[in-house]
Design a protein around this ligand. Structure first.
Ligand SMILES: Nc1ncnc2c1ncn2[C@@H]1O[C@H](COP(=O)(O)OP(=O)(O)OP(=O)(O)O)[C@@H](O)[C@H]1O
Ligand SMILES: O=P(O)(O)OC[C@H]1O[C@H](OP(=O)(O)OP(=O)(O)O)[C@H](O)[C@@H]1O
Length: 213
């Protein structure tokens, strides 16, 4: 029996799909796995331990090596550069990042329009590449509020069904990039636990490829 693998799982909307993938890959996760409020879940039969993290924090645990592996949205990877390997696109929790605003405001002549976002890093590099000067305002959620109450001229946020934009009378102005969840690995773990990690990656990639068909 080799070393135990520690996996950082995102709580919230990615969790169910990620657990589902692991089960399809043949990992026997107990039923309590999905209901528990525990933040560390041991699965001795699989020689695995799961830590339940906020989605934005998964990369931090993996970079620091307290988790060998993690599941993180590409949005989180893009927001902050991390010393981790991205080894597999799990193709779950897909959505995209977009610029949105009130209708008929896109051509407005504000000099440095204000952009509200949970993703200041992504937003700054996007507008820099576009050669557009903006002022970024960092918010932690309910981003769609900002243009409605006059805090910002535009937003950069995640869109999935488009319902939130629609119900708040906002329109998508530009699409920035597609987002899916990724399997990430700590570089030292990859060397020390290569056999176990390779096996996990190959079992998961088989499921991902199967789902794509
Ligand atoms: N409609 C969506 N809105 C936000 N994130 C989405 C959406 N669809 C998929 N995702 C993925 O899920 C991740 C966010 O998950 P979740 O919303 O559970 O966490 P969160 O943003 O930290 O939310 P909260 O702070 O409300 O717990 C994102 O990083 C993204 O990759
Ligand atoms: O296109 P849709 O399917 O409507 O999904 C997009 C919305 O979902 C997310 O917010 P979330 O529910 O995580 O709340 P938050 O804004 O408080 O983070 C995201 O920030 C958008 O607001």
């Amino acid at each position: 029996m080799g070393n135990m693998l520690t996996i950082a799982m995102p709580k919230g909307r990615i969790f169910d799909e990620a657990a589902n993938l692991l089960r399809k890959a043949g990992y026997k996760l107990p039923p309590e796995f999905d209901e528990s409020r525990k933040l560390i879940l041991e699965v001795p039969a699989e020689n695995m331990r799961f830590i339940l993290a906020k989605p934005m924090d998964v990369t931090t645990y993996v970079e620091h090596g307290v988790a060998d592996i993690g599941i993180a949205g590409k949005d989180v990877m893009l927001e902050e550069e991390r010393d981790v390997y991205e080894v597999l696109d799990l193709k779950i929790s897909d959505c995209y990042l977009a610029v949105a605003g009130l209708p008929n405001m896109s051509g407005s002549d504000v000099v440095a329009p204000k952009v509200a976002t949970k993703y200041p890093g992504v937003a700054s590099s996007y507008f820099r590449e576009q050669g557009e000067q903006v002022e970024i305002i960092k918010l932690n959620g309910s981003i769609e509020l900002a243009p409605l109450i006059g805090l910002a001229d535009r937003i950069v946020d995640i869109v999935s069904t488009g319902r939130t934009l629609k119900e708040n009378g906002l329109v998508e102005l530009e699409r920035i990039c597609s987002i899916t969840s990724r399997l990430i690995v700590n570089p030292v773990s990859y060397r020390m636990k290569d056999a176990q990690i390779d096996e996990l990656v190959s079992r998961l990639s088989e499921v991902v490829e199967g789902e794509a068909k």
